[in-house]
Design a protein around this ligand. Structure first.
Ligand code: NDP
Length: 314
């Protein structure tokens, strides 16, 4: 029986693993893809404290994993199919085996929703981005386009004006979904332009992004729009299907947690981008992971103390 099973080896999951293994919990981390989660796709991380020259996402992920393994955490590749309650603990169902654990830390992350248009996938990291805080800096003095009309698109669009020459927000309707105060700030910002009733249907590149093809959804008209960078903020898809029937989720399918990262089920904790109201930054995910781990250590230690007490009484 493991003391804790951590699902997901992004910054949240691996930070949790550093803390739980260093806190003497027998720790298993299960990851379905490469270690690092979303940062595995990030060429340069410049805003993680302690790395003044930045480092690549995969390098940082490898360092996180090495640090967790140094303290005894085991990191394996695999997909969790189901989680079942089992007395005071849980059964984690994998492809070919079932594992027993006293506690679980959910760190499955979230994936940015894609536009799913030609040219999007092949230009991720070279002009297509889902994170203004991560990549805005690379577009100093350039022209960028932002897809979406919600709070994220407008807030990140405003943030991008710190670097970019112009920020064009292209929205599929003629009215933003974003809160009024954000809308007003964007309308007041001279660097921000809007294109309404329009979607991006293709991203055209030749080493670097050349232009996007825009389609007016009302008239069907297509046109080329020259641009240096494309920022896509059309929502996130949290990876929480696994726990949909087990834990309380919010209206965005994010796991509800308290300030100690405890979920609605005692013994299950959640951290990083799969939890409600996350800041969605590497540093905050790492902090979440540490908090979840500290809560898991307290939970498991209390459970073991109770069992020892029962044995003595018996
Ligand atoms: P939202 O779901 O709120 O908005 C997504 C936007 O993308 C909508 O405008 C939607 O259009 C558009 N969209 C969706 N799919 C497509 C598509 N395929 N093509 C083109 N456009 C598309 O997501 P956000 O990430 O903006 O926000 C998520 C949550 O996080 C919200 O609750 C938000 O309030 C919160 N948040 C709050 C912030 C703040 O308060 N400062 C900052 C960031 C997020 P349409 O409007 O037509 O549906």
């Amino acid at each position: 029986m493991y003391d804790t099973i951590i699902i997901g080896a992004g910054p949240a999951g691996l930070s949790a693993a550093i803390y739980t293994s260093r806190g003497q919990l027998d720790t298993l981390v299960i990851e379905k893809g490469p270690s690092g989660g979303q940062i595995a796709m990030t060429e340069l991380v410049e805003n993680y404290p302690g790395f003044p020259d930045g480092d690549s996402g995969p390098n940082l992920a490898e360092a996180f994993q090495k640090q967790a393994e140094k303290f005894g955490a085991k990191v394996v590749n695999g997909t969790v199919k189901e989680i079942r309650k089992n007395g005071n603990g849980f059964i984690v169902v994998m492809d070919k085996e079932e594992l027993e654990t006293r506690s679980i830390i959910c760190a499955m992350g979230a994936d940015p929703r894609k536009l799913n248009v030609p040219g999007e996938e092949k230009n991720v990291g070279t002009g297509v981005s889902y994170c203004a805080t991560c990549d805005g800096f690379f577009f100093r003095g350039k022209d960028v386009i932002v897809a979406g009309g919600g709070d994220a698109a407008v807030e990140e669009g405003i943030f991008l004006t710190r670097f970019a020459n112009t920020v064009t927000i292209v929205h599929r309707r003629d009215e933003l979904r974003a809160t009024k105060i954000l809308q007003q700030r964007a309308f007041d910002n001279k660097k921000i332009k809007f294109i309404w009733d329009t979607v991006i249907t293709e991203i055209v590149s030749n080493g670097a992004i050349k232009h996007v093809i825009l389609k007016n959804v009302k008239t069907g008209e297509l046109r080329e729009h020259p641009i240096h960078g494309v920022f896509i903020f059309v929502g996130h898809i949290p990876n929480t299907k696994l726990v949909k029937n087990l834990l309380e989720l919010d209206e965005h399918d994010l796991i509800q947690v308290d300030l100690s990262m405890r979920t609605s089920v005692p013994g299950i904790f959640a951290c990083g981008d799969c939890r409600s109201a996350a800041a969605r930054q590497m540093v905050s995910s790492a902090g979440d992971g540490a908090t979840a781990a500290i809560s898991a250590i307290k939970y498991v230690d209390a459970q073991k103390a109770e069992e020892a007490d029962k044995t003595v009484r018996a």
